[in-house]
Design a protein around this ligand. Sequence first.
Ligand SMILES: *Cc1c(COP(=O)(O)O)cnc(C)c1O
Length: 378
Amino acid sequence: MRGLGSRLWDQNDREYIDFAGGIAVNALGHCHPALVKTLTEQGNKLWHVSNWMTNEPTLRLARKMVNATFADRAFFCNSGAEANEAAFKLARRFAKEKYGEGKDQIIAFLQGFHGRTFFTVSVGGQSHYSDGFGPRPGSIQHIPYNDIDALKSLISDKTCAVVMEPLQGEGGVLPADKAFAKAVRELCDQHNALLVMDEVQTGMGRTGSLFAYMQLGIEPDILTTAKALGGGFPIAAMLTKDEIAQVFQPGVHGTTFGGNPLACAVAETAFDLISDPAMLEGVKAREGWYRAELDKINAQFHCFKEVRGQGLLIGAVLTDAFAGKAKSFVDAGIEEGVLVLVAGSNVVRFAPALNLTEEEFKEGMARFTKAVEKVVNA
Ligand SMILES: *Cc1c(COP(=O)(O)O)cnc(C)c1O
């Protein structure tokens, strides 16, 4: 198997247009020359020194991420789940040190997804991921997304954190309402709770701004990001403010591989390319391409109830006639040579490279149209 740009070839050399992006990871497509160059250069220089030494790529990446966001400090690790695990531990420890025992409630949202470690599946709002492993970590409660009243009645001075995705990805490509996000911020402030934004999927240009919170008119206290951060190389980050970060003194939390120079060097190059305003503008333009083409497909086949999402994280919600059949669209896509994703069983999800070319898009959409026709006529 191999990849180049937004094309993949399987072991039989069959070609696919990639609208899945390795689940929102390959933000610059496959084997982007600048990433390959950095990977090989850094590969010839230094891979790993462990976390009791710093190194230049890590410090440079941290500086760039801090300068571009609300944050003062960065913690690097290797996956979205690890970044969230760190965030939840940090929120709990911060509350304990600043306010004393008993302020440990975490409020999260139904259908939310935060990773697969036991703490993160427990904060996630899909119990089928956390069932069957014995007693879950406690003091975690879930309410419906975009429901201000539900949050108002649950949040209290016992709450240490509210954890939200600015747009639920795995849960169905469902964006937060601006008014909801504003209310979450205000309620967190009223109750001295931290707002943890999980931007593992929405971060790094995916929604058309560097981070999705930037379009919501609020700032989080802790932000996690991963998927697109390394452009395909495993790396994740947790960002936060000085006052919160100082709770993580040496020994309180750590990671062996996190912040290694190889991952950080690749991520720095990805960061430089993705944070370019022209790249972010391009995401908005490509969102328009998708919406126009999906509307056309829908006018012909009447299979979508709604097309929603933001930037290049787009969900086509299936009509009742196709309820539960998102996977059939993925399978038909594979047969026609185009890769798309599901987000639950009723939503077909698109998370292509941010630098997808018009030619790749048109070819992929022609194939997807055939896939839809196949499913509709099945
Ligand atoms: C994918 C994802 C995660 C988990 O990331 P991993 O790298 O698989 O651990 C966490 N949160 C969100 C919002 C995600 O989309």
